[in-house]
Design a protein around this ligand. Structure first.
Ligand code: HPA
Length: 279
């Protein structure tokens, strides 16, 4: 057993000593969705710093916790406060919470995030179903000795975002009358926003939206055999599409503005995913 797996095990044992809950779906909250858990039936809360061995941000005011509860009748674990590579964590630390949620029992990982729209047809406030991703510009979270307990050394990535889950999201959006774009997400490390030239490059490579999270999490989840789906909230047009400089304020403002719709879409998707799991 390698030491990284031992750390994960230690986190799991520390979690299990405190929490007796088995989630089916794991949800990672992106910008704007931070208060999503206020609208669900909460059963338990676990701050990251209460978990032995867990990577906790040293950034003042950074809050992070797992929330356990029910979205309608679906047992979920919600990650409120993600760990980002640009904060200085290793990629292995960044994906530790994802791995932990799998050990907790979650079979499906639902990723949400904020992104910059690269595709010329995108507008601030659009939602994009993530149909694929480019993770090549960040280190792989699988580098290092393979955790054989979790998955194989050379995992297949031909369907990172599962087609049947994509269909569920399309159906939920259609029935809720929420317009949904579709596209490829590219992850850069950040924390600086991209230059216009980097955005041109990303577009040439086939990317439709850009962000600083998610793709590495999806790789780790696929490695473990979790089923993954994701929706991105396009909070701004990517650098160089307009003359306006990018600010974090703009990102937060758009994310907050469309959050009510985003929450509806997330809830409806989770309910339908669980229906599919039961049948
Ligand atoms: N670039 C990278 N990450 C982002 C952006 C962006 O334009 N918007 C929101 N997250």
């Amino acid at each position: 057993m390698n030491s990284s797996y031992e750390t994960l095990q230690r986190c799991y044992e520390s979690f299990r000593q405190k929490i007796d809950f088995c989630p089916e779906v794991a949800l990672v909250l992106g910008s704007g969705l931070g208060d999503y858990a206020d609208g669900i039936q909460v059963e338990a809360v676990l701050d990251y710093h209460e978990i032995e061995g867990f990577p906790v941000s040293t950034v003042a005011g950074h809050k992070g916790r797992f929330i356990f509860g029910y979205v309608k009748d679906v047992p979920v674990v919600i990650m409120q406060g993600r760990v980002h590579y640009y904060e200085g964590y290793s990629m292995e630390q960044v994906v530790l919470p994802i791995r932990l949620m799998k050990l907790m029992g979650a079979k499906v990982l639902f990723l949400t995030n904020a992104s910059g729209g690269i595709h010329f047809d995108y507008h601030a406030g659009d939602f994009m179903l993530i149909t694929g991703q480019i993770a090549s510009f960040v280190p792989s979270p699988l580098i290092g000795p393979n955790m054989d307990e979790l998955g194989v050394r050379f995992p297949d990535m031909s369907q990172v975002y599962q087609k049947d889950l994509q269909d569920i999201i399309r159906g939920a959006a259609k029935d809720l009358n929420i317009p949904l774009k579709e596209g490829t997400y590219i992850q850069f490390t950040g924390p600086a926003y991209e230059s216009p030239e980097e955005i041109k490059m990303a577009r040439a490579l086939g990317a439709d939206a850009v962000g600083m999270s998610t793709a590495c999490e999806a790789v780790a989840a696929n490695h473990m055999g979790m089923r993954v789906c994701g929706i991105s909230c396009v909070t701004n047009l990517a650098c160089g599409i307009t003359d306006q400089p990018l600010t974090h304020e703009e990102v937060k403002e758009t994310a907050d503005r469309v959050a009510p719709l985003f929450k509806q879409l997330v809830t409806e998707t989770i309910v339908r995913i669980y229906e599919g799991m039961k049948s």
